[in-house]
Design a protein around this ligand. Sequence first.
Ligand code: GUN
Length: 310
Amino acid sequence: MKKELRKTFKNANLSVDMRVLYAKEVQESTVVELKKEVRRFGHLFSRPPLLALILLGSDGASVTYVSNKRKLGDEIGIEHRDFFLPEETSESELLSLIDSLNGDDSVDGILVQLPLPKHISEEKVISRISHEKDVDGFSPYNMGLLALGEEALVPCTAKGIMTILEYYKVPLSGKSVTIIGRSNIVGRPLSLLLSKKGVDATVTLCHSKTKDLERYTKDSDVVIVAVGRPKYFDSSMAKNDAVVIDVGITRVSDSSRKRGYRIEGDVDFSSFENTDAMVTPVPGGVGVMTVTSLMENLLKAAFLRKGVEA
Ligand code: GUN
């Protein structure tokens, strides 16, 4: 570990010896490119790329995520059309809205914020979005392309994690990577991205039924933790110089905060103090890149629909 690459964590008065993989600087460099691409699209097609954002109900976390998407969209200059619908919206109403957006040539990308209320089938809704406009990359079509190692719209959190690893030049070829969590949003697509030709990591995908998890994590160069349980993973479960990616963003009640909660990751960040590990912080880590990757996907979808290479 090169000494000059080490950073001091600025929050919580911690002085830590590990490297902190801040996502803000990764985002800043990506945003510069995104703004250029938005301008290029505007010059070619006399309009900005357009994202349709659909949110049902008022779940606090979902409202925050959608608001972050709108904010970054405004910053890079895309247009967004927002559909904030009541929780009671029926499945057929939602499917009709998706049909009309699929058929609207001015719409380049469609995002339905998950989770959906229980009376609506997420699979049905996701499958209904035209694969060309599927900026979340959750459709069977895009997941299928990803599984085949072909060019696809890739789920944003998984894509964002790959961007962080690439930005910080984390070696992956021939390295062992353990992913904890096999969701369709993060773990499964990430396992495909990391094991594909050209990236060449050896991937272990662990889940709730995995026996003796530490057998895998302690032997891994990179560990990606996506379980949704605060402080689930600590330094006793990892190699001293592991790269640890924290995907958790759980709201924990905290009366000392004005908003009544704080955000906690799946990784016990301070346990990595005085190790040679590299760890993503929460907040300021993977979550930042999820939104950034969405904008990359929107640009890609917008150009592809016009038959132009992104
Ligand atoms: N809910 C949690 N993560 C995501 C995401 O990446 N996309 C959508 N649409 N909903 C989510």
